[in-house]
Ligand binder design. Sequence first.
Ligand code: ACO
Length: 403
Amino acid sequence: DVIDIRELGKHKHFTYDPGFLATAACESKITYIDGDAGVLQYRGYPIEQLAENSSFLEVAYLLIKGELPSKAELDNWTYHITHHTMVHDQMNRFFSGFRRDAHPMAIMVAVVGALSSFYHDSLDINNPKHREISAIRLIAKVPTLAAMSYKYSIGQPFMYPRNEYSYSANFLHMMFGVPCAEYQPDPILVRAIDRILILHADHEQNASTSTVRLAGSSGANPFACIAAGIASLWGPAHGGANEACLTMLEEIGSVDRIPEYIRRAKDKNDPFRLMGFGHRVYKNFDPRAKIMRETAHEVLGHLGAENSELMKVAMELERIALQDDYFVEKKLYPNVDFYSGIIMKAMGIPVSMFTVMFAMARTTGWVAQWMEMIAEPSQKIGRPRQLYTGEKHREYQSIDKRK
Ligand code: ACO
């Protein structure tokens, strides 16, 4: 049931809903979730079918334009994304200002926001052509910046994007290629990256997407809005969970230590939570997790890493949590980040880059949501209300009279 607060009379009523457990902030035609039934659809298409049959760029087109592309439309879209992957050479100087041990998410917040200082020709948000070129620039350049933030941290030269590669193959090339040797992206790993990107591309009004919409509702430029989304995604309760999950698996270290962590997760006096378990919306199972689980077995099998200690810990944790009364009662299922972290670790992507990968994928969803909002004629600036619980009226006292 939906109560439309506007019908109750402007400014006379407002809801108190911290955490937005039951408040819709907008209408949207992009992503549909039924958390109880474990359903996720982009523009009406089930996520399972898209993950099985689509490429990431096809899904990006669908999210942004609303329809699956024809062959000619997809070719044209791919051409434009591919030919915008380079960043301005001046951008290299931004990187040298960061400490080598800076977290890549800290770098991403800064450099994605900085894109707005390079593209003055696309900042008029009321011009649909400007919105379109900004969308293309963001989707094309975020992977380049992501790979640059990694290369910078390990002291290797930046790798220029290569137009003959697919979106995901190009990302692997920019991450793992070096100028002195040929690097051939492994098709199984390319497919796994594509799947990770597809599954993380949009998830309706989560914290980071809502942040992008709220920032954008004031008319801020899209690069600044996406930088705000990246900042919001970084937290461990949101996109930072994949990193936190892997760190936890490594800390557990061996199967015999699992009971101790299960006990801690149930102890209400201990702030510890089992990272990679539970979801605000999916209270049955996370449909993305099911697909990621299959991909995890495929990738680890391909790389011969299925019997690694990390994988043993992960599988045992999954087994125990799925049977344990506490986790079953509270409907705490492994979420998509539980498996995506395992896959990325096996591929050699450093843990600190996990949330950056999430940001790369979600950039498409953020952009689609931002475009939908800006195109809406009745769009208003987002302005939540509050319940004021502080002091009411007090008389000012000069400092010599205060206690
Ligand atoms: N481990 C142990 N207990 C948990 C966990 C967990 N991972 N998650 C929730 N609980 C417990 C809570 O303590 C609470 O118990 P109570 O009813 O006795 O107070 C109950 O389950 C409900 O938890 P809430 O925090 O109220 O649920 P909410 O829907 O607000 O939180 C969230 C969802 C933030 C994802 C939570 O499950 C969590 O912190 N999980 C771990 C972090 C994580 O994996 N996040 C990734 C989300 S997926 C994504 O962003 C793509």
